[in-house]
Design a protein around this ligand. Structure first.
Ligand code: NCD
Ligand code: ZN
Ligand code: ZN
Length: 343
């Protein structure tokens, strides 16, 4: 099979940033995806339905003419989020989830949650309103090895959370380990996960191939090959608990190529093509449509998209860098080729 047509897909985990940066990256996503769950980790973060509505409007204004694209907004959970905000968010009709960043776990997470016990009232409101909690699943304990932070988070934080809030709907974002796959499989249908293309395509050797590779640095950090294999198996299993979330996370080149570089990999320029490559390599292209265009919509209780995209096996060269407002960014596979393209 060297060609496939699928229902227009959705990206269930995307960083669009704001201002000129947002305007620079938005067309890459719009060209491929009908909808995207837009992450709220701006500076300052998107903490209320009113802020989400304003951010959505800035995105809408920046859309290319005639683009049938719907940004699905999220709220950034903090220690001070009020339960009433969940009702406002649900009633707004534009907020589809609340994002939980453990304070200090990742890019722009300093306003995140220091102690989940501060948020129990909010989590109860989320259960009542059927509002999903999206989780950056890593502990921040400096005593825990950076490669174990997801696994330890599942044990210390997520298992108790899912046990305590028995109606809470949860997406474990950008899973990277065999343990996370097992965790999701062992929980009820209200717990799902997104998987990025880069975690399907790379293992941690890519961080040190011939020297340190800042453009392969993201959080959660790339893991061993055995974990990549577990992710491939999960993504291609046809189990609706696993769906597409690129976690495309643009950063200006100079903020990654520096003595303390930012975490995040930009993949929106090939947001569906990279998955086609990964699925084709595993002989599972027939499973791509469920993963990319159906299972996430089912979880978020949204209709399937109309229209389709056709992908063909045909190599194309990725530029060395891409304009990013007044900056430049280095995209995934910069200066190399991607094996699939949209026709
Ligand atoms: C993301 C970013 O840059 O906003 N970075 C990343 O490495 N994935 C934040 C996140 O999703 O954790
Ligand atoms: Zn994250
Ligand atoms: Zn992210």
């Amino acid at each position: 099979m060297n060609k496939i047509t699928i229902t227009r897909p959705d990206d269930w985990h995307l960083h669009l940033r704001d201002g000129e940066h947002m305007r620079a990256v938005l067309p890459d996503t719009v060209r491929r995806f009908a909808r995207a769950i837009v992450m709220p980790n701006l500076k300052p973060p998107v903490t209320t339905a009113a802020l989400a509505s304003q951010y959505r409007e800035r995105i809408r204004v920046a859309l290319p003419a005639g683009a049938g694209f719907e940004p699905l907004m999220t709220l950034y959970l903090t220690d001070n989020t009020r339960p009433e905000e969940i009702a406002k968010a649900r009633q707004s009709g534009i907020v589809h989830a609340v994002k939980y960043y453990p304070a200090g776990a990742t890019t722009h997470s300093d306003s995140g949650v220091t102690d989940l016990a501060c948020c129990y009232g909010v989590l109860e409101a989320m259960e009542a309103w059927g509002m999903p909690l999206l989780v950056h699943g890593e502990v921040t304990d400096p005593g825990v090895d950076v490669f174990d932070r997801e696994k330890v988070f599942l044990e210390r934080v997520l298992a108790p959370l899912v046990g305590r809030f028995t109606k809470l709907r949860v997406v474990v974002e950008h899973i990277t380990t065999r343990e996370a796959v097992r965790f999701v499989l062992a929980t009820p249908a209200r717990v799902a996960a997104t998987i990025t293309a880069h975690h399907l395509l790379l293992n941690r050797n890519a961080l040190f191939a011939g020297g340190v590779r800042p453009h392969h640095y993201c959080l959660p950090v790339l893991k061993r090959e055995e974990h990549r294999q577990a992710l491939i198996e999960a993504a291609m299993s046809g189990n609706p608990k696993f769906f597409l979330g690129t976690d495309s996370a643009p950063h200006a080149r100079h903020t990654k190529e520096t003595d303390c570089g930012c975490a995040g990999i930009y993949t929106a320029h090939a947001g569906i093509e990279l998955y086609a490559e990964a699925f084709a390599a595993a002989g599972a292209l027939d499973r791509l449509e469920g993963f990319a265009s159906r299972f996430g919509a089912d979880f978020y209780r949204l209709p399937y998209n109309r229209g389709s995209v056709t992908l063909a096996q045909d190599g194309w060269g990725v530029p060395d860098e891409i304009a990013f407002g007044g900056d430049k960014l280095v995209p995934f596979r910069a200066g190399a080729t991607i094996g699939w393209k949209i026709v």
